[in-house]
Write a new protein. Structure first.
Length: 80
């Protein structure tokens, strides 16, 4: 991974990748990884926090397409 990538983000990417490589994909685990990553990154501003319950909209890849080039770079660097 790129040296400037935060350790918790590196761990998230590794765990996400490992989860996707399983024969049976555990979507509950993937959901938990995403929630955890958002809480670490955003703290009290996290939309997926179960504490507030204020955000009820769909959260998915369509909403975060603007970050895809950055994610691709991180993945490509980590893959060699």
């Amino acid at each position: 991974m790129a040296p400037q990538t935060k350790r918790f983000t590196q761990n998230f990417i590794r765990n996400w990748y490992q989860s996707l490589m399983q024969e049976q994909i555990d979507t509950a685990r993937l959901d938990a990884l995403v929630r955890s990553q958002e809480m670490i990154n955003k703290g009290a501003k996290a939309k997926l926090s179960t504490r507030s319950g204020e955000f009820s909209g769909w959260v998915g890849i369509g909403e975060i397409n603007y970050r895809f080039p950055q994610a691709r770079t991180i993945f490509n660097v980590s893959s060699g």
